[in-house]
Design a protein around this ligand. Structure first.
Ligand code: C5P
Length: 222
């Protein structure tokens, strides 16, 4: 059994991809598996935290001792996270949120007609950025950055822009660090400028490393 270092702490984790409806039978989504976020929620629960996992689309089983809230769209995810956020100590946004949604969702199934068909999209809210604007000094906020180039530079920019305490950056162009695999290769960057290069490891191991660093930065002693 693990040390109960997060006993009494309230943790929110988001995971997996969101799904944006086009009409009653079609949607736009992405390839996120949810594995990283589910591993993070499980690790937090094993350390004794009170965990809410706001999950997008995945077939992964609910981790033990975690309250799972299943959502579809980015806006559903946002309203559920915002409900728990004021009371939370640590929030980790590992979800792959759709950047855009369909402007007008059709009430009936769209019929095929012309050769070319256009769907108009509008921008979704940036959930993480909104949390960064609301957070107090006592709350610890973590984002993810999936990049294919200039990983460190882009991730550091996001950490600043979204007012985060930590960002976990990975190069998704590498086969062992992308979607739907059990491993990751990440750089963990904290607000103080510290960079930890995590070598190839299982997502469950990366989840442990993430909480080891969070506990150190929050001065949590087990
Ligand atoms: O800017 P980018 O989408 O690369 O930032 C990634 C981080 O922001 C992830 O932690 C992701 O969960 C979060 N995000 C969000 N809302 C969005 C887009 C991304 O919370 N609409």
């Amino acid at each position: 059994d693990k040390k109960q270092s997060l006993a009494g702490k309230k943790v929110i984790v988001s995971a997996a991809g969101t799904r944006e409806p086009i009409d009653p039978v079609r949607y736009i989504s992405n390839r996120s598996s949810g594995k990283m976020g589910y591993a993070i929620a499980e690790e937090a629960a094993q350390r004794g935290a009170d965990v809410v996992l706001v999950s997008g689309i995945t077939n992964l089983p609910a981790p033990e001792n975690v309250k799972v809230i299943k959502v579809e769209s980015a806006r559903d995810m946002q309203s559920n996270i915002e409900q728990y956020f004021p009371d939370s100590d640590i929030t980790i946004m590992a979800a792959a949120v759709s950047d855009y949604r369909v402007k007008e969702v059709a009430e009936q199934k769209i019929k095929k007609s012309d050769e070319v068909m256009t769907i108009e999209l509008v921008k979704n809210p940036d959930i993480l950025k909104g949390l960064g604007e609301k957070k107090t000094d006592k709350q610890f906020l973590v984002g993810f950055a999936a990049e294919t180039q200039n990983v460190l530079e882009y991730a550091q920019g996001k950490l600043q822009r979204k007012n985060l305490d930590m960002i976990v950056a990975n190069d998704v162009s590498q086969a062992q660090a992308g979607f739907n695999v059990d491993t990751n290769i990440a750089k963990i960057i904290t607000r103080d400028g510290q960079i930890k290069q995590a070598p190839l490891m299982k997502k469950t191991e990366l989840a442990q490393l993430i909480f080891d660093i969070i506990e150190e930065k929050m001065n949590i002693k087990a």
